[in-house]
Each structure stands twice: as structure tokens, then as C-alpha cells.
Design a protein around this ligand. Sequence first.
Ligand code: SF4
Ligand code: SF4
Length: 290
Amino acid sequence: MSETRAQAVVWFQAAGCTGCSISLMNADYPNLKNLLLDELVPGKALILRFHATLMGLTGQPALEVLERVREEEAGAYLLVVEGAIPTGEDGRFGRVGDIPMAERVRELALRSAGVVALGTCAAYGGIPAGAPNPTSCVGVGEFFRREGIGIPVINVPGCPPHPRWFVETVAQLIFNPSAIGQLDEVGRLRSVYPGLIHENCPRRADFDVGRFAASFGEAGCLLKLGCKGPYTSSRCPTHRWNGGVNWCIEAGHPCLGCCEPEFPDFPAPLFRKVRAEDAAAFYRRNLCAR
Ligand code: SF4
Ligand code: SF4
């Protein structure tokens, strides 16, 4: 029988709310135990070497683990970044162990085997980078571009991302590293973010006949209440949330476009219909991305 090989993971939390970690902890299948103890793909399992929320250690002993893994497993660990990178005021807005988050991410990335930006904050800046962005937060890819770090980043956006999107992305990277060439123009795996919510929405028939809800709780398409489903790539309609119980639009809430680089500034005001000129530009980008 072939031996199971462990893929070390360093999970670094920058400027965020920990919601992406919580989303993964809530996964029903594969659940956290499956993810951490079982084989993710045949012959390969993950081993989480550092995660500030999940690990028992805190403070300096935890940071010593981080630094040890960075040195001892250089070139072998997968770096998962959760949260945006605060770049303002020389990193004063976010430090871990008195070292700016930006510096930590740079050091960890340069010794990693690959980088996954988990959640919209890590992927594109997200809520921490929302206007007026006083901390000058950026996503990991933009941070690398500014720093001249030529390491590709795989984005797994969502606020938070569905646990399946993370699991599928990591499984593909481990099983088929050439998948890194199959990214859309905003850095997501095409197979994980294959199409617009609008194409699979249970309220699409209402849209097609022009039946629109005018207030919350009404039947009909939610476009006039600010739905961004026509501009948002995600599999929420088929994966649903909380173990498949429900998801935003079926619960009567418009999609807020949380998987897109423009979130949260473009979709705001969140509950107002998108202006036609904004919609045209946004829709064109999404069509190009597929
Ligand atoms: S509710 Fe949103 S995603 Fe669904 S059909 Fe209407 S605009 Fe499209
Ligand atoms: S429906 Fe839209 S806002 Fe809701 S989780 Fe999915 S992408 Fe995000």
C-alpha cells in the first residue's frame, strides 16, 4: 500500500474578521476532521502547521512555530493567507509579534511552495480596503505586484468563501498543479468559479418575464432590490450554505456580489438597483473572465 504524504499548510491571518476560518470550521463535508486528518486526494493529506485561531499555542511560542516551519519546510509548505494586507504607515495598522503583517506575508510567501488567498479580503482587499481605506489595505496579489514578488496567487474569494471552494481549490492544486494555468482574469480557478449566479438562479424565470420584487418578502426577481447575481461568479445556487440548508437569494436577500473584486464599493448602495452604465462594464468583465 502506498504511503500517505502530508502537505504542510501555514495559515496566516492578516486584516480580516476570521470569518473565512469560521466558514471552514462549519464545513459539514468534508468537515474539519476530514480535512485535517484524512486524505484530501489519494495519497495526500494536509497537515496544518500554523493557524493562530485553531492551534493551542499563543504568543511567542506560537510565533516560534511559525518561524520554525518557515525555515525547516522552506519550499514545501502551502501558504494560505486570510485577510487583506495593511500597507499604510509602514505597516503600523497590523502587526503580528511586532512585525508588520505585510512583512510576515512577504517572508512566508518567498519560502512557500504556493500561495492561496482565501476570502475576498485576501484576494482583492475586500471590506478592509473599502473606501476610504485609511489603512491602505490591498489583496495579496496586488501586494505582490507592488513588491515585485513574482509568485502566482490563487484566489478563493467570498465573504466568506464557501468551504467547498477552498477544499476544491486546494485539492486541485495538490492533485493537478497544472491547474494553476486555468485561472480566470481575477485569479480564481475557472472550475471552482465557473459562471454567474444569474444563470442558475431559482428566480430567473421571474427575471425573464419581468416580475420584480419591489420590497423584501415579495415573490419575484430581486434585481430592483440591488441583486448582483448577474455580475457575480459563484456556485451559491448549487452548493448552498450551512450544509445545503439555504443561500442568500432563496432566503429572499439579494446577492451582494461578495466574490467579486469590486466588493464592497461597487455594489454599494447594497440594496439599490445597479446603474445601467456600471452594469455594462461589470457584466463585460465577467463575461470576459469565463
Ligand atoms: S434574483 Fe438576482 S440572480 Fe436571481 S434572477 Fe434576479 S437578478 Fe438574477
Ligand atoms: S449569493 Fe452572492 S452575496 Fe450571497 S454568498 Fe453567494 S456570492 Fe456572496
